[in-house]
Design a protein around this ligand. Structure first.
Ligand code: TA6
Length: 305
């Protein structure tokens, strides 16, 4: 534990009573936000938001009790940043799932606060890209990944803000906003047309809309910039996810068998989470020209009851 580094970070970037940095028990450095509007936590490792609790609300994000916290593994829960590819590497299976961004040490570059909103900016060089990640903590959680092509050639990449949302029980949860979008079922690799046809009928044998969950669910919705709502009837709340710069949305719950295969995820934890991911995944991968900057962002808010 580098105490001098921690002291330097607090001297340069902390705000008394709003933002401070401390060592997590793992030795990783965590930022802690505390304002009148929210409590939040993030790690420099992976630029990983792990907690966001709006005032008088339950936590927005799910964190696994089995998560690893070390410099070579991703944190399980919160908002992992998948970049520069999604899922398995397209040609080299020895490469880490979901790319390097979520297992890299990001550099703190700027912090600021305006009223009750705290903003934190982190940076990572992941050749041929320069990344910035801007987290804004207010009564809502806004995160933005800024991707600059630092090379002199056209580059392609995929990305996903792989947000794990906390829910009372997956049996009480339904999703709206994706009814009109075609999707690929990752488990069967089958592509389906929009679930609701022009008459509003479920013509695709796909998930019934609103989407509910009765089994492992791993769906990539294509060519959609639609906002998504997570309805939780037991916690009597609706989480809204508003995307910017994203044409893919992933909906995932591992359910029973996959949960048991994940070493950093409790066997029953599938009941208390759902992933809705703001993404750009092939065939909606990103094409970035030399020196071009592209942004992918997401605003997470809890709609008033
Ligand atoms: O976003 C869904 C997904 O691609 C699933 O297929 C599952 O693998 C999940 O991501 C978690 O991946 P990870 O590498 O974090 O275990």
């Amino acid at each position: 534990m580098d105490l001098a580094l921690l002291e330097s970070l607090n001297d340069r970037f902390a705000f008394e009573n709003r933002l401070e940095f401390a060592f997590h028990e793992s030795g990783l450095i965590a930022g802690h936000v505390k304002t009148d509007q929210c409590l939040a936590e993030f790690f420099l490792h992976g630029a990983h938001v792990t907690q966001f609790v709006p005032q008088d609300e339950k936590p927005l994000l799910f964190m696994s009790s089995e998560s690893m916290f070390d410099s070579s593994n991703p944190i399980r829960g919160g908002i992992p940043i998948c970049f520069p590819w999604f899922g398995s590497h397209p040609s080299n299976f020895e490469m880490p799932s979901h790319g390097f961004a979520r297992i890299s040490g990001w550099e703190l570059v700027e912090t600021s606060w305006h009223g009750e909103s705290v903003q934190v900016e982190l940076a990572l060089k992941l050749a041929p890209f320069d990344l910035r990640y801007v987290m804004t903590f207010s009564s809502e959680l806004h995160v933005e990944l800024q991707i600059t092509n630092a090379s002199d050639e056209l580059q392609t990449c995929e990305t996903a803000l792989h947000t794990y949302f906390a829910v009372s029980n997956i049996a009480n949860v339904s999703l709206t906003g994706l009814e009109n979008d075609s999707f690929i079922d990752q488990l069967t690799r089958e592509k389906h047309p929009p679930s609701l046809d022009s008459n509003g009928l479920n013509g695709s044998n796909g998930p019934v809309h609103p989407i509910s969950f009765e089994k492992e669910t791993d769906l990539i919705y294509l060519e959609t910039s639609a906002a998504i709502q997570i309805h939780d009837s037991d916690w009597n709340r609706t989480i809204e996810i508003e995307k910017e710069g994203s044409l893919s949305t992933v909906v995932w719950n591992p359910w029973i068998a996959k949960s048991a295969r994940m070493p950093d995820f409790g066997n029953d934890e599938y009941q208390n989470m759902v992933c809705v991911e703001t993404a750009n995944i092939s065939p909606q991968h990103m094409l970035i020209q030399p020196n071009e900057l592209k942004r992918v962002a997401c605003r997470h808010s809890i709609l008033q009851k």
